[in-house]
Design a protein around this ligand. Sequence first.
Ligand code: HEM
Length: 406
Amino acid sequence: MDKHSRRSVLKAGGALGALGALSLASPAQAVPWTWSAKGSVAGTGAGTDPRWVWDPEADPLVADLLDRGDVAAVNQLLRTWTKNGQPLPAGLPADLREFMEQARQLPPWADHGKLATAYEFNEKRGLYLGVLYGLASGMMSTVIPKEARAVYYSQGGADMKDRISKTAKLGYDIGTRNAYAPDGEMIVTCVKTRLVHAAVRHLLPQSPHWPGVADEDIPISQADMMVTWHSLPTTVMQKMTAWKVPIPAGESTAFLHSWQLGAHMLGIKDEYIPASWAEANSQAKQVLDPVLAPTPEGIDLADILLNLGAEVDGGILSKPILGAFTRFMLGDQIADWLNIDREPLWDSLLDVAWEPFIAVREGLLPLPLAPKAYWMFDEFLRKAALLFLSEAKPISIEIPDTNRPE
Ligand code: HEM
């Protein structure tokens, strides 16, 4: 661990010390899975608790690749595999090829009509989506203890900027016109991410930090993946609804469909994927809300995230403004957990002017009440969307072969 991060962790640890032994108090493991598979895409299921299901197809395969030292060569070959319809590169190990050929197949329930509507929604709502994926979902991931720790101690934890670009690639790819079509990239991104997650399941338990911080033997269970999934589409849709952004029912269902498909392609079993927003909201209430908690690792990650904007644009994406948006979107409790300062000017401006700003933007309110603040909000949306989504394009997702370097 470099000096800076060690210092931040210690600092964050000190702050947390005052709140008690949070990592021990983390309720993550305590939430039983009682959500019924009747509400899932599959409509039925074996009833296995997804906290004890990982990825039985990918995990042993990738563990074996790591053990036999094949990952560097595989990554090099996979760099050339970028489009959904492209044949897999020659030279991949036979067992990996066989898995990937199967993993890249869309399920029979994929609905291309809905995907076309999802694209219309993404086009219209790209600015909101960029900010929400980046600040609502991205910052929420830092208060999902299992995810924060996994990210922090895995290889990518050492370079958050690179990691964010890679993760943003998925948010970008899913919103493109051809996301799941042969000339799109979302299937490739999902299959590669599935391999990355399988590698993390094998590597992370070998980290010297893992036994001290984790309350589990193997990370990234199917339940964990659904928790993170809810920090994405479910949270985004909840926020847009709260902001009264007008969304036709067909577009809302279509957006959900594109993310249901994303979950499937990431290796999540259909019996755990909610079939409707009502089911998604009820599952999120059960599995996401109760696990949110601060950790030293998450606090450090959040701090890095909030500083990234200023690197790109020292003005409109400065740390205080990103912090105020985070507080506005995720609430005081989460903002306080993350040691985000109160910004009296920005906090009150957002509280008062954000909803009217949306209404004006959406043509629902004819007269801008505070044009200057609205211009700033609009500029903020554009810059943040650019930071979180558009920068993601040329990145290649690679299978890690180590944990975070010491
Ligand atoms: C890697 C997305 C769930 C931990 C990635 C990557 C993407 C991604 C796109 C590749 C980027 C990269 O290599 O840095 C998602 C999505 C999820 C999900 C969409 C759920 C729907 C989870 C969960 C955890 C997790 C639940 C942990 C509990 C990680 C880690 C990496 C990773 C540790 C690798 C970082 C490294 O390179 O070392 N994820 N993920 N992910 N994910 Fe996830």
